[in-house]
Design a protein around this ligand. Structure first.
Ligand code: C2E
Ligand code: CA
Ligand code: CA
Ligand code: CA
Length: 276
């Protein structure tokens, strides 16, 4: 037997039964959490390295279930397979737009970035209701909103997506590609989409200062984004060496634990008031 071939068929083990039970329990609890407004959003600032000001923040979902913090890496896929992701996404965007309104009223507006699952935009009819939902919102708030989508979405054969993204951009919404550089899309292909921004995946920041070809690849990805006239946000900035690297390569927007951890809405508002 060769390599993984032996693992193609597996017996149903107690561990698998436990996994399935957890999936079922969490999925039903997630439904309740959504209905009871028991999810939370935290916000991670995005800093302009030139002005050293917070210019944006990414909204990140948090869920505590029976005292356990469940990672979005676990519950987002559950929401996707249970058909709940549309409602989850809708909830996130409502909260984000409400905060945008409050920040504008406080005269401390910044851009707010939300993650959009590719499951929310697969079909033309999903895209229509997605657009309809957003375009019914306060028009003044929309230019502060950034939608983060992944390359995998652009890769699905999806003739209407181009128009959908264009319609959103007409209202001032920015479109960012999340985890940029980790997918398989060709440059020629990406150029066809109306985009504003790329979020350079944190695996690229992890190459900085290490031996090997990783750092050169990171530089190439940054150059490519600049050639496409996209704004670049570097994710996963954890040490000063990475900040120096970004400055050297004219990347001015950075997000990461070195700068700020994800924080509550109140903490974000306090920071923004303090920076004036
Ligand atoms: P992502 O969109 O790539 O979000 C960035 C993740 O990196 C966040 O993890 C953030 O806390 C983490 N991070 C930030 N700075 C650093 C750093 O300096 N070092 C390291 N190692 N990590 C850092 P989080 O909050 O656990 O989210 C994980 C993923 O879950 C997100 O990855 C995103 O794909 C998904 N997610 C989170 N919130 C939502 C949401 O509202 N909707 C959807 N569809 N997905 C979401
Ligand atoms: Ca993201
Ligand atoms: Ca990302
Ligand atoms: Ca990610």
């Amino acid at each position: 037997a060769k390599g993984s071939g032996r693992n193609t068929w597996r017996r149903f083990t107690p561990a698998m039964a436990k996994g399935a039970a957890r999936t079922a329990t969490l999925t039903s609890a997630l439904k309740d959490a959504l209905a009871n407004d028991a999810l939370q959003l935290v916000y991670q600032p995005i800093v302009d390295l030139n002005s050293e000001r917070i210019v944006a923040a990414e909204a990140l979902l948090r869920w505590e279930h029976m005292g356990e913090a469940i990672s979005p890496q676990e519950f987002i896929p559950l929401a996707e397979s249970a058909g709940l992701i549309g409602a989850v996404g809708e909830w996130v965007r409502q909260k984000a737009l409400k905060l945008i309104g409050a920040l504008c009223a406080a005269k401390t507006p910044i851009k707010l970035s939300v993650n959009v699952s590719s499951f929310e935009l697969l079909s033309a009819s999903q895209q229509q209701s997605f657009c309809g939902g957003l375009l019914a919102e306060d028009a003044a708030a929309l230019p502060w909103l950034i939608l983060e989508i992944t390359e995998s979405l652009l890769l699905e054969t999806n003739p209407s997506l181009n128009e959908t993204l264009a319609a959103l951009r007409c209202r001032g919404i920015w479109i960012a590609i999340d985890d940029f550089g980790t997918g398989y899309s060709s440059l020629a292909y990406l150029i066809h989409f109306p985009l504003d921004c790329v979020k350079l995946d944190k695996s690229f920041m992890a190459t900085v200062g290490l031996p090997g070809k990783g750092e050169a690849l990171t530089e190439a990805i940054i150059k490519m984004s600049a050639a496409m006239e996209l704004c670049v946000v570097a994710e996963g900035v954890e040490h000063e060496g990475q900040v120096a690297f970004l400055r050297r390569h004219q990347v001015s927007k950075a997000q990461g634990f070195l700068l700020h951890r994800p924080m509550t809405e109140d903490a974000l508002r306090a920071l923004l008031s303090a920076q004036g």
